[in-house]
Design a protein around this ligand. Structure first.
Ligand SMILES: O=C(O)C(=O)[C@@H](O)CO
Ligand code: MG
Length: 258
């Protein structure tokens, strides 16, 4: 049975950030993820995790100036020193929360730009090595160009090549089923083939990015497939509820901790 992690950036927005941990646990989740923890003190997050017996599945390294439109800095030439400092900042939160994987966002850059490609590979290699020192995985995620126009890592083939060519055992793929379906489709065969390099999975309905309970994808089948391929990691629920978070959790009832 997949282990679902509530994405606290997108779900449980009826509560303040720290109270979302309590709400997710009360709804039966045993794990959480979110985009960024950096506005809350690490000790406060650690306390919520412990109080609710929750595992921290994932969060992202700092993304640059998000409010100004940046979506990561790994592929931005000239930002390497900032990226190195960001890794240390994220590691403070990793130590407090016990998370075992962090997502490195690439940033907005032309995938055909040679300088961006060099910068991205250098950043990914550095971050993977630094995280390996701490026993953590680094994950990279292809993101579809409709949700994030101009994102550097915009297809699964490129992510696979980077992982294979850099050759770090702890550099893995964040397989977001929502993005996979929009970019390429063929979700089941891709899950089967890419399983050896998958470090994290995320889900949402396609095309609306709501609860995984209808529309284009057959999630009951995919949940079975995730088990059949032997995936034992977390499945992040990275969706915006159609209405209230709790009203939308019908799909999750069979998996909830009671
Ligand atoms: O957008 C997604 O999909 C994610 O997983 C985010 O972490 C990237 O912003
Ligand atoms: Mg995602």
């Amino acid at each position: 049975m997949p282990v679902f992690a509530a994405n606290l950036t997108m779900m449980f927005n009826e509560w303040s950030f720290l109270d979302r941990f309590d709400a997710a646990a009360a709804a039966g989740f045993t794990a959480v993820e979110y985009l960024f923890p950096y506005e809350a003190p690490p000790e406060a997050i650690a306390e919520r995790l412990a109080r609710n017996d929750l595992q921290q599945a994932l969060f992202n390294l700092p993304p640059g100036d998000w409010a100004a439109g940046e979506r990561g800095i790994a592929a931005l030439p000239g930002r390497f020193d900032q990226m190195k400092a960001d890794v240390e900042r994220a590691l403070d939160y990793a130590e407090a929360t016990g998370v075992k994987r962090l997502h490195l966002m690439a940033g907005l850059a032309d995938p055909a730009d040679a300088a961006a490609t060099i910068a991205y590979r250098r950043s990914a290699a550095y971050a993977a090595e630094r995280l390996a020192d701490k026993g953590l995985d680094l994950v990279i995620e292809p993101i579809n160009g409709r949700n994030m126009p101009g994102y550097f890592l915009n297809d699964f083939g490129s992510a696979e090549r980077v992982i294979s060519e850099l050759g770090h055992a702890n550099l893995k793929l964040q397989f977001d089923i929502y993005h996979r379906q929009i970019i390429h489709g063929d979700v089941t065969m891709a899950l089967r083939r890419l399983m050896p390099i998958i470090g994290h999975i995320q889900i949402a309905s396609v095309p609306s990015r709501h609860e995984p309970d209808g529309e284009e994808l057959n999630y009951p089948y995919l949940f079975g497939e995730i088990d059949r391929v032997g995936y034992s990691g977390f499945v992040g629920c990275e969706y915006t509820p159609r209405g209230s978070t709790l009203d939308g959790l019908g799909w999750f009832k069979p998996f909830a901790r009671s």
